[in-house]
Design a binder for this molecule. Sequence first.
Ligand SMILES: *Cc1c(COP(=O)(O)O)cnc(C)c1O
Length: 490
Amino acid sequence: MKYYDKLIFELSRPGRKGYELPADEYGKDAMSAIPSELMRGTEAELPEVSELDVVRHYTNLSMKNFGVDTGFYPLGSCTMKYNPKINEEIAAMPQFTQLHPLQDEKGVQGALELYYNLQQALANIAGLYEFTLNPYAGAHGELTGLMVMRQYHLSRGDEKRTKVIVPNSAHGTNPASAMVAGLEVVEVKSKPNGSIDVEDLKPLLDDTVAGIMMTNPNTLGMFETEIMEIAALVHEAGGLLYYDGANLNPLLGKVRPGDMGFDIMHINLHKTFSTPHGGGGPGSGPVGVVEHLAKFLPNPRVRKNADGSFSIESDGESLGSVSSFLGNFGVMMKAYAYILTLGRENLKNVGPLATLNANYIKESLKDDYLLPIDGVCKHEFVFDGLKDKSTGVTTLNVAKRLLDYGFHAPTIYFPLLFHESMMIEPTETESVETLDEFIDVMHKVAAEARETPEDVKNAPLTTIVRKLDETTAAKNPVLTYRQLKSAAEK
Ligand SMILES: *Cc1c(COP(=O)(O)O)cnc(C)c1O
């Protein structure tokens, strides 16, 4: 073990210090501003280290991590595309970061204009009437959108519409959001190719249906060709169509959910619009709706006045508020920079290139990996493990082995429709050379699985941490230094 691989607590030496609290604006010790009843009674157990120790500790830690800036990251359903650095630079401008949400409207006209422009850009991209940028994440957007759906039915006195239809292949957040919104989840079956079984859907469509939640292309990356019929059936029954647009990548620039008959949708700016994610945020899950639902969107919203100025408004029929102030402004600025740097013409290439890349990998690997659903996919696809499973090498083994070759694993064991699911999404930002390298490595791992299966089963062999005991990690996680010490003493 290298010296700086030690835990920061082990580098601690009594009295060593790397900080000095500044005096307050009156020149007094900053601590004196804290009322005595709020002061802690005992010293916090913190490592006592120098600034240099801290810098090395975090820099070394960051080098043990795998990110899209260090290697190819084909994590299906997550759209781990490259995030151009200019987005970060723009979002970090002090003109943005030093704004205060309680500042007077007149002093933040520029920021409101960008906010408004992003609302409009998303509405154009989605083919919908109005967007709120308030929600903080995809699941939060789903909840907001479903609250709009509920509010719509209640406003018509249609109180018995509490049923939301969700395909059994849906992202787990869909049924969860419906439950949190106080709605009841009803599952509709998928056909073997992953698309919704319209015959199974029909009997579910009665006067208790609030709506249906779908994503198109579906979770298996296949386009729902019967979407227009589904939309007509749901609308005839008095329900609304919700589109899970967390991954808008397959459609971007080509197809608009509004044109397919959807009434409400959310978009994950932190997937499709190139904000870094995977570390848990910050995110943004804007929600768009058709015109007659716009009045139910959450408050506050940014509007453009007749004189060209911008204001923050609250409407009476709104479902209320879902966030503090206007949402995660920094994430919005990254998304806005992304849209402007690509421009209308290049934005149209995102979906087609993401689709081309996914199909290229799928066709190149289907000799070694089991492709349960053949045909042209959109931005992602699913293998059901290795074709030759005779040596007992699993999807988990293949995923771990990829780490030895410098690639992040695909999404594994999701969707649940297959036992050995391996969901691959390359995105449009990878070069053909990177894709070829990944394809070579996947073939190499398949050959190893046949010839030297133990190498694959024991993987990863070269990573900082070897195979983890995932059950213990989930059931008895050791998250603090104190827990680690007491575990070691036992
Ligand atoms: C990622 C994702 C979500 C959830 O988004 P969060 O920002 O993680 O809450 C919902 N649906 C689909 C299809 C997704 O891929």
